[in-house]
Design a protein around this ligand. Structure first.
Ligand SMILES: C/C(=C\COP(=O)(O)O)CCC[C@H](C)CCC[C@H](C)CCCC(C)C
Ligand SMILES: Nc1ccn([C@@H]2O[C@H](COP(=O)(O)OP(=O)(O)O)[C@@H](O)[C@H]2O)c(=O)n1
Length: 238
């Protein structure tokens, strides 16, 4: 009788643990997906909205107010001066306020930097944001869901994630160049065959850097746009 009660209690405990783990897992997955959707959509929408600004020289500074204001919001919430559970749930990995001061803050600073420095007349900023928002964002979503085969030099990253980053980053970058070129903003005259080759080179370099095991040294939201800026500058501006 004693044994069967123990077995019963043990089973009950395991069931409760299973239910709790399942609850946590489903909520964490939800949080990861929502974070990456915010990651992809906010940056791409920000860039897509640049043509709405006037041709005045101050336009780029006005545009950068959106990411800078969000940066301030992230600092205020990251330091726990104010609490907003919705913000924390939608942009952090583990639900800790201090995480707002890392990936999300770097992300909005890169958005502001690209608006002010490159704005809509240079391919460099457009490609950097396409790779950071679109490419890096899709790598996570595809990698987490379908990335069972890992990259030999990095157990955290998968072939599916990196190939998706390359393809999506490449297509979004070309789309952005086409959009800004069709609207007459780009100073360069683009020959699309050579542009596609250059964008492929930029996308490969950004993808390889994202796949390296350097995540603890430097955040992807810095390394990916930084290496894209350098490569795009070499390919398009020298
Ligand atoms: C989730 C984000 C970064 C985390 O990166 P990672 O750790 O997943 O690598 C992105 C955070 C986005 C930010 C809080 C909100 C950005 C708003 C944007 C500047 C406004 C766009 C305006 C536009 C006109 C819709
Ligand atoms: N190239 C990649 C990138 C991410 N991923 C998946 O996405 C997860 C999060 O990637 P990450 O550490 O770069 O995340 P963030 O720093 O971008 O938020 C990884 O643990 C992988 O499951 C992948 O499979 N392949």
């Amino acid at each position: 009788m004693m044994i069967s009660i123990d077995v019963l209690v043990g089973n009950l405990r395991r069931n409760i643990e299973y239910i709790i783990l399942k609850f946590i897992a489903s909520h964490l997955l939800e949080q990861n997906l929502s974070r990456k959707l915010v990651h992809i959509i906010s940056g791409l929408l920000f860039v897509a909205a640049w043509p709405l600004f006037s041709i005045s020289t101050e336009a780029r500074y006005f545009a950068s107010i959106a990411p800078l204001t969000n940066g301030l919001r992230l600092v205020i919430h990251g330091l726990s001066l104010v609490t907003d559970k919705g913000l924390i749930k939608s942009v952090t990995r583990e639900g800790k306020p201090e995480e707002l001061l890392q990936g999300p803050l770097y992300y909005v600073m890169v958005l502001a930097f690209c608006a002010v420095v490159f704005w809509r007349d240079s391919p460099v900023g457009l490609l950097s944001l396409a790779m950071m928002s679109g490419g890096d964002g899709i790598a996570d979503i595809m990698g987490r869901n379908f990335g069972s085969v890992k990259i030999p030099y990095n157990e955290d990253k998968s072939w599916v994630g990196s190939i998706s980053m390359f393809l999506f980053g490449f297509l979004i970058s070309l789309g952005m160049l086409y959009y800004f070129s069709a609207l007459g903003y780009l100073q360069l005259q683009l020959d699309w065959t050579s542009t596609a080759k250059k964008v492929a080179v930029v996308s490969i370099v950004a993808t390889v850097v994202e796949s390296l095991p350097i995540g603890k040294l430097i955040d992807d939201n810095i390394s990916v746009p930084l290496v894209t800026m350098v490569t795009a500058y070499i390919c398009f501006c020298l």
